[in-house]
Design a protein around this ligand. Structure first.
Ligand SMILES: [Mg+2]
Length: 116
């Protein structure tokens, strides 16, 4: 199954208000599902009560919302994946895989360099 095929199938179960013009709804859903994924991991660390399948199901819920966010943005999920890999490949080639932020500019000041 390709990511686009997944996105199309997932769309068959997408029932929410103003579908096709509701990025807010899908973004909030994605935040909720990633929180649920983190919660499962926390419970696993605490008392080993979460199975591997539980983790996979929550990750799938997040994937569903990612696919719907892409739909709301009007882009195929394959394109999201391809652009992400392009970005990461470029960063790797430039030696910028470490750190944080979107631009990873080598000229940006570090926290210690910024004064009030
Ligand atoms: Mg869930």
């Amino acid at each position: 199954m390709t990511l686009n095929e997944y996105q199309e199938k997932a769309g068959e179960t997408a029932v929410y208000p103003d579908r096709g013009n509701n990025l807010i709804y899908t973004t909030l859903g994605l935040c909720g599902e990633t929180g649920e994924f983190a919660e499962k991991l926390k419970k696993h660390i605490r008392d080993k009560s979460v199975s591997h399948d539980d983790m996979i199901r929550e990750l799938g819920d997040a994937l569903w919302y990612i696919s719907q966010c892409a739909f709301e943005l009007g882009v195929p999920l394959d394109e999201v994946a391809e652009k992400n890999l392009e970005k990461l490949s470029k960063r790797k080639a430039e030696g910028k895989l470490k750190g944080d932020g979107d631009s990873r500019s080598t000229t940006a000041p570090t926290r210690g360099e910024v004064s009030a």
